[in-house]
Design a binder for this molecule. Structure first.
Ligand code: PGA
Length: 275
């Protein structure tokens, strides 16, 4: 067991890219469920350090859970620096987006190779909040390819709006959005089914609806593709969602910010992997 007091103590800053990568190898061999924590534009340096130590400690008793932390970009180095030495470094790092170009005059943007250099193994792409800022399917497709070229695993978000949900167009929307992958090997990605109306709203689709959306994605991309569910996941509803055979994990926003809640989520996920 761990205590938050112990894990929140500030450790010596370390150069951790290799350690983070060693953690990836360690987790990938044993993982059967993914938990991706998307902090969006939240957090502080101190909060990131505390959370990273606490989540690593919580993962000690969850060998089959792979956990990816996606903090705001300025905190990636802080998160890497707070990681314990292998084999205790179980948490993996991801970013919330990357640019399609490797470098250039793109003020404010971050390239996939920069993220890889900072110890990231993953990058969320096509999140509905970024699509709402104007990211097109063509742009997302270019970003997916750039991420893969830099050795990152994209976590591609797809999902329907409330209007499309009400019009029962979920399957059509998903197929349309997945078409941006073209010839990309879907097994090199994680797909996150995130209904736009469920994100941050407290509402979730029924289990049957989650199952059927996941089936649409798998029938489009192949049954071996890993599909996560995202949208108002919390420590209470995660158990029944993860228990669905089509669901390979969850993408968690708001509920991931609090360490105690995240530790509870990890322990629920661990019980599902034991079944
Ligand atoms: P939420 O966010 O868990 O706060 O609904 C999920 C997401 O946007 O990825």
């Amino acid at each position: 067991m761990y205590t938050l007091g112990r894990v929140c103590q500030r450790g010596a800053s370390r150069r951790l890219t290799q350690q983070v990568q060693a953690g990836i190898a360690l987790v990938m061999s044993a993982s059967s469920l993914w938990l991706v924590a998307n902090w969006k534009m939240h957090g502080t340096c101190a909060g990131v350090e505390c959370w990273v130590r606490g989540v690593n400690a919580a993962l000690e008793t969850a060998p089959a859970v792979a956990c990816v932390f996606c903090p705001p970009a300025p905190y990636l180095a802080v998160a890497a620096g707070a990681m314990p030495s292998p084999p205790s470094a179980r948490l993996q790092l991801g970013a919330q987006t990357c640019h399609a170009q490797a470098k250039g005059a793109f003020t404010g943007e971050v390239s996939a190779s920069m993220l890889a250099e900072m110890g990231c193994g993953y990058v969320i792409l096509g999140h509905s909040e970024r699509r709402a800022m104007g990211e097109s399917d063509a742009e997302i497709s270019a970003r997916v390819k750039a991420a893969l070229a830099a050795g990152l695993k994209p976590i591609l978000c797809v999902g329907e709006s409330r209007a499309a949900y009400e019009a029962q167009q979920t399957a059509d929307i998903l197929r349309q959005q997945l078409a941006l992958l073209g010839e990309v090997d879907a097994q090199s990605l994680l797909i996150a089914y995130e209904p736009v109306w469920a994100i941050g709203s407290g509402a979730t689709p029924s289990l049957v609806e989650i199952q059927s959306a996941h089936r649409v994605i798998k029938s489009t991309l192949g049954s071996a593709v890993c599909v996560l569910y995202g949208g108002s996941v919390n420590a209470t509803n995660i158990q029944e969602i993860l228990a669905l055979p089509e669901v390979s994990g969850t993408l968690i926003g708001g509920a991931s910010l609090d360490l105690e809640t995240m530790a509870a989520i990890i322990s629920v996920a661990a019980t599902v992997t034991e079944k």
